[in-house]
Each structure stands twice: as C-alpha cells, then as structure tokens.
Design a protein around this ligand. Sequence first.
Ligand code: CUA
Length: 142
Amino acid sequence: MKKIILLMCLLLFVFACTGSQGKTQSLLTGAVVQEIVPPVQDSVIAQEQTGELKEFYVEAFNWGFKPKTIEVNQGDRVKITAKSDDVDHGLAISAYGINIKLTPGKEETVEFIADKKGTFPFYCSVFCGQGHREMTGTLVVK
Ligand code: CUA
C-alpha cells in the first residue's frame, strides 16, 4: 500500500515538472517571437536607407523647370539642388512635404527618401507672374 502511495507521489511530481516545463517553453516561445519582431522593422528601415543616391540639378526660370521630369526608384535617396535663373521662384513637391524658396543665383538643396511609389507633380510655389501656373514638373518614383 505504501509503495502505491509512493508511486503516485512520484507520478504527481513528474506531472508537476512536465507542467512547469511546458509553461517555461511557452514563455520562451513568447520571448523568441518578441525578439523576431524588431529585426523585421529594422530591415524595412534599412531597405529604405540603402537606396542609391540620385542627384539632380534643377533650374527654375520664367516660366518652367529644367529638367521637367525627375525619375527615381523607390527607396532611392534623392538630392535636388535647385536654382533660379531670373526671379524668385519656388519648388514644391507636396507629396513629400517639400517646399523651398529660390532666390536668383542662390542654390538650394533638398534631400529626401523616395519611399512612396507613384507620379507626383512638382510646381513653383512663389508667384512669379503670368506664367506662374505653367511652372510644373513631375517626380516619378518607380
Ligand atoms: Cu515661378 Cu511661380
């Protein structure tokens, strides 16, 4: 009879251990999942930042931009140096929150990561006379 009780105690002990081991494992699994999530986010940021540097020189004049089209790939770091050849102009790309003022002869530089795909208009943001509205261009992010 004592042997049976001893055996039952032993079995209970084994079950208790297995039970706690199961909990430990699930806790470990949870920790592993938590550790995996941040690297995934890091790789997304890394992907955005490892894009090539694409440099452009844009001239603004009455009434247009040269070049009129800027084409880059998604993820590229875009550096635009702009200059007005005559009067005050502006260069705005609303989709990327860019709006710089160009005073004659002074170079202005803006840099951004082309993280959104699409075709985005850019335009002159400083009133410059009768052709002001014709001062438009296109940013293409492929
Ligand atoms: Cu140039 Cu408005």
